[in-house]
Write a protein that binds this ligand. Structure first.
Ligand SMILES: [Zn+2]
Length: 271
């Protein structure tokens, strides 16, 4: 039997799909190997060693054979490093994690090695697990950061057609198709394109989130429902135009994280 080297890495399961009666294909996001898929034989048998050690959004230590056949690696073993315990049985957080992982899986090109994408995904899931709701702004920040890491950021500081600087404190029209915000001069010529208005505070928030590599400074920003709707809509149009992903999964996650909070879930005041 030939010798195949084994790789050891941190990894987040993004997707788990059945493969034959007893096996599963798990798609993982890793810092050094990008997105990889492994076959876990006997995954559905109760005595499988890896049982309970991996699920969508966990942070795991994964051992796999580097050799791949038809894009699939053989799995050696894995252990949960962080099983996101706070999210177990919490349907709101579970929906949000499903969406983050779905978006990361759909957006990461095969063969792309973007370590920051792994760290962003792990950071967002960790914040989700460790902080009280609401988490809708976290999801929107994740989308903007992910687009930035993929080189697909919407243009929000300069007009996306004439490159004129957009002065702070003014709103703009936004065209997902053209790639971002439009200045006042370019807007009339672009009535054909599907555009929406971004009020000054909405454009300002998008600019701020896009630039912020950390979520912590954004956490306390209060957003009224109309602003939230505009933020969600502009990013929905942009994602639909620039990434092949599942809008229904996003809609469910955003709806759930924004539902009326159970009193036990409400943020506790700082002591
Ligand atoms: Zn312009």
């Amino acid at each position: 039997m030939s010798y195949h080297p084994i790789a050891r890495t941190d990894a987040i399961p993004l997707r788990v799909t059945p493969f034959s009666n007893t096996s599963q294909i798990v798609t993982w996001l890793t810092p050094g190997h990008g997105k990889i898929a492994t076959v876990i034989k006997g995954a559905c048998r109760p005595k499988q060693d890896a049982s309970g050690q991996y699920d969508i959004g966990y942070r795991c230590e994964l051992l796999f054979y580097e050799y791949a056949h038809n894009g699939l690696h053989n799995f050696r073993e894995c252990a949960a490093l962080d099983n996101r315990r706070a999210c177990h049985g919490d349907w709101r957080r579970t929906a949000a994690i499903s969406y983050l992982c779905r978006l990361a899986a759909d957006a990461t090109p095969d063969g792309a090695h973007i370590p920051e994408l792994y760290h962003l995904t792990d950071t967002a899931i960790t914040i989700l697990a460790q902080t009280p709701p609401p988490h809708d702004t976290l999801l929107l920040w994740f989308e903007l950061r992910l687009l930035d890491l993929l080189g697909l950021s919407p243009r929000l500081r300069h007009c996306c057609t004439c490159k004129t600087h957009l002065p702070p404190g003014t709103g703009a029209r936004f065209s997902a198709e053209l790639g971002g915000a439009l200045c006042a001069q370019c807007t009339p010529q672009r009535q054909d394109a599907a555009t929406m208005t971004l009020a000054p505070d909405v454009l300002g928030l998008l600019q701020r989130w896009q630039r912020s590599r950390s979520f912590a400074p954004l956490r306390a920003i209060a957003i009224d429902p109309a602003t939230r709707t505009a933020l969600c809509q502009s990013l929905r149009h942009f994602l639909a135009r620039h990434l092949e992903t599942a809008p229904e999964c996003r809609a469910v996650a955003l709806q759930m994280v924004n539902m009326n909070l159970h009193p036990a879930d409400s943020p506790t005041p700082q002591q």
